[in-house]
Design a protein around this ligand. Structure first.
Ligand code: PNS
Length: 173
């Protein structure tokens, strides 16, 4: 490698954002976060309120559960957990110097749901979206299913990190 290239490698940091409602974080989300953290120098996992979804947990609680899940899973790399409520997601990206969003794709339904958002984020600010495939064992796992099963007293341990299962079993009636 030439000295110029090695200088470039020393100074350029690839920063990516993994956005979502994370209400709550699931094992599928954690799988995508782990894969993304292996690809980027710094990862921001950002909780964003989605007005189209009925919320279960306050944003701050979701952030705490993501932090605990990442800690318990001992994911390597620099991972920042944050929330964003003051504007577009691409504004957060600009604030932290990220030009890439990372999302997980479980099925063709996710492609249909994610494509317009990816196009809008690219058109708004040139922010690209990279899609990663989680392990197939997580393909059927969603936060909305977890909310439903937990709310009806079912066992959510197969679908969520231990920190989430512990919290929801003590918090929900
Ligand atoms: O986990 P979700 O609910 O599928 O995540 C969707 C989310 C929150 C990432 C999306 O709704 C979003 O990016 N909202 C921020 C507002 C915004 O920037 N909207 C325009 C581009 S989609």
């Amino acid at each position: 490698m030439s000295s110029m290239n090695s200088h470039y490698a020393d100074t350029v940091h690839r920063i990516a954002v993994v956005p979502g409602s994370f209400d709550p974080i699931t094992l599928g989300h954690l799988d995508v976060i782990a894969r993304a953290s292996a690809l980027y120098d710094q990862l921001h996992v950002v909780v964003v309120h989605n007005p189209g979804k009925a919320a279960l947990l306050p944003i701050a609680q979701r952030v705490t559960l993501i932090e605990k899940s990442i800690e318990q899973a001992q994911l390597p790399g620099r991972i920042v957990v944050a929330s964003w409520s003051v504007g577009l997601l691409v504004d957060y990206c600009a604030e932290v110097g990220a030009s890439v969003l990372v999302k997980g794709l479980r099925s063709g339904l996710d492609v249909t749901y994610e494509t317009p958002m990816a196009m809008v984020n690219r058109n708004l600010a040139g922010v690209e979206t990279v899609f990663l495939l989680p392990e197939p064992m997580h393909a059927h796992v969603s936060s909305s299913l977890v909310r439903q099963v937990a709310g009806l007293g079912g066992d959510i341990r197969p679908y969520v990190p231990g920190a989430v299962a512990d919290f929801l079993s003590s918090a929900l009636p």
